[in-house]
Design a protein. Structure first.
Length: 85
């Protein structure tokens, strides 16, 4: 997992939304690297801003539950998920 995470990070830092989502998952679950919820939320945010639907859902869930260094904020949750409904 560590090697995959390293490549995801390289691609994520170059702006590839799917790689940003993948590295967020790695940070969230501690796969191939030390678990870091704040970094996971950061990369979910980057991918969500580029329109990646899965990232918008996962980042929106951070706001719904108030986790991963993101405050619970129902209106932000709704605004992220509204385009998907």
């Amino acid at each position: 997992h560590a090697e995959a995470a390293r490549y995801f990070k390289l691609a994520a830092d170059q702006g590839f939304s799917q790689a940003q989502y993948n590295i967020a998952k790695c940070y969230e679950n501690g796969e191939g690297m030390v678990q870091d919820s704040a970094k996971a939320a950061h990369y979910y945010s980057l991918a969500a801003d580029q329109g990646l639907a899965t990232a918008q859902i996962d980042y929106g869930n951070c706001f719904q539950m108030g986790g991963m260094g993101v405050p619970q904020e129902f209106f932000q949750f709704c605004s992220l998920l509204q385009p998907r409904c």
